[in-house]
Design a protein around this ligand. Sequence first.
Ligand code: PBG
Length: 318
Amino acid sequence: MKRMRRLRNPGIREMVAETDLNLGDLIQPIFVDERISGPRGIVAMPGQFRQSLESLATEAAVLEDLGVPAVLLFGLPAQKDEMGSGAYDSNGVIQKAVRTVKEATDLVVITDLCLCEYTNHGHCGLIRGEVVLNDETLPLLGEVAVSHAEAGADVVAPSGMMDHMVQAIRAALDVDGYTDTPILSYAAKYASTFYGPFREAAESGFAFGDRKGYQMNPANSAEALWEVQLDIEEGADMVMIKPALPYLDILRAVKDMFGMPTAAYQVSGEYSMIMAAAEQGWLDERAAFLEALMCIKRAGADMIVTYWAKEYAKLYEK
Ligand code: PBG
């Protein structure tokens, strides 16, 4: 008689595990704020900090020493304007941040490529009235990509959910000679309330409306396959599903259908929910993150963007 419990004893349980979670799969997001002079805590994300351009070098070195392989950089500029011009300024906060991390470490530097942290209205594209313009935004995204690559970014990660953004970015990179810079596209990005704490972290709340006109409806899954397929056709080298835990079915479907290098983003709200419950003593922080991350991996993620990457690395510190 088959008895499933035979393999659930310590030692054997681990040997027959189908999924491995590795530090090498994790990407740590970092917020870099050019207006501050040292690390500043993010209230809605306990344990997370905005870094200044100075403290960024130290933080990056710590992450590298801990064995974290990659960082995803977000910039908070001193000035915002209608055109999001800080996003493609060669001396902008993100460009400086990239140079800082590349000088201080050998970490893989991925840049979030979007206008929303740089526009005074907070939307991911140019606007006319209250309409977020698609095609008018594309050339700017191309410029942002080139400025990131010029600064030394290893990977650019467009997150704005504009149609044809990948094609525009690929073309702009190629024309300027950055043919070897890969694109990690936030291909299936949902209009999610779980981005809430990020709005404080990156000060990217919006002046009007919401992002439902460009980010996906949580009700849809076939649409995610279209989004991913189009991004692959346009030249995406890696694709991302975001958020992670409420969207594991999407992650699995995308991995099965396309077999692409696939990332999942455990977003700010997923992080803060666990942290808040842990602070109350209702959940064990470490066990909750290990389980959530393992499940994201099991569902098909090759890489996971997680605010908990540094803490994960500390568990294995020598
Ligand atoms: C920018 C961007 C957002 C996130 C990553 N890139 C915010 C948004 O789309 O509203 C969210 C990340 C998180 O919540 O951790 N477009």
